[in-house]
Design a protein around this ligand. Structure first.
Ligand code: PXP
Length: 241
């Protein structure tokens, strides 16, 4: 059965809109955990537009479930990960102008750097996942660098509107998942997943972890973050069992 990590970046985004101290992502993480989340995901961006260093340090102390730190491979960020030692890092590309992470990491182009980062994370006992498109070359390159897992980018699936396009994107994810598993990678998925589209990906056998942020935090505005998290877990359980 697949599990849910809640991405709480958006809680910090609301706080940063006023540069104040509320809402606190540390509180949000506790609520998600109380609702049964498997993990908490945060992205420490180089520009610190939402999650700040203080959040990462406090969450490392307070999160009892899995702490998954999304990050790019820039040296200052890699050094922070080495100090904080989250259970898992998910390596993502980062562009300063983007609203959210746009594409997957190019593990073919950055294979040498990726291998270095994987080695350093493993030295600290940190699991490494890469956020990539369901693309053969990317999956093989990731496997060759010694990564533990991949997170398949579900953005194209989430953006598909017609049934044929949805089916095509699901097939790509399924094929990518099979290839990754053959190469001994654990397979996660995320980006753009919502209460409406989770069923399609949750039905893919072998996907074991979903990272979901925007949709859960959006719902939380109306029903509270504990209920919003619990509702998503219920859907994942229903379709992935
Ligand atoms: N996975 C990764 C690697 C991401 O960068 C993001 C966005 O921060 C997510 C999952 C969550 O995406 P969403 O907010 O669309 O659920």
């Amino acid at each position: 059965m697949a599990v849910l990590n809640v991405n709480i970046d958006h809680v910090a985004t609301v706080r940063q809109a006023r540069r104040t101290d509320e809402p606190d992502p540390v509180w949000a993480a506790a609520e998600c955990e109380l609702a049964g989340a498997n993990g908490i995901t945060i992205h420490l961006r180089q520009d610190r537009r939402h999650i700040c260093d203080r959040d990462v340090w406090l969450l490392k102390e307070t999160v009892a479930c899995k702490l998954n730190l999304e990050m790019c491979m820039a040296e200052p960020i890699v050094k922070i990960a080495e100090e904080i030692k989250p259970e898992q890092v998910t390596l993502v590309p980062e562009k300063r102008a983007e609203l959210t992470t746009e594409g997957g990491l190019d593990c073919v182009k950055y294979k040498k750097r990726l291998a270095e980062v994987v080695k350093r994370m493993h030295k600290k006992g940190i699991l490494v996942s890469t956020f990539i498109a369901p693309d053969k070359e990317q999956i093989i390159a990731t496997a060759q660098t010694g990564c533990d897992a991949i997170e398949l980018h579900t953005g194209m699936y989430a953006n598909a509107r017609r049934q044929r396009a949805i089916k095509k994107r699901l097939t790509e994810l399924e094929v990518g998942k099979d290839l990754a598993m053959k190469n001994k990678l654990v397979v996660h998925a995320g980006h753009g997943l919502t209460y409406r589209n989770i069923a399609g990906v949750a039905r893919i056998k072998g996907l074991c972890e979903f990272n979901i942020g925007h949709s859960i935090i959006a719902r939380a505005v109306f029903v509270g973050i504990r209920q919003a998290t619990a509702e998503m877990i219920k859907l994942i359980d229903k379709f992935s069992s």
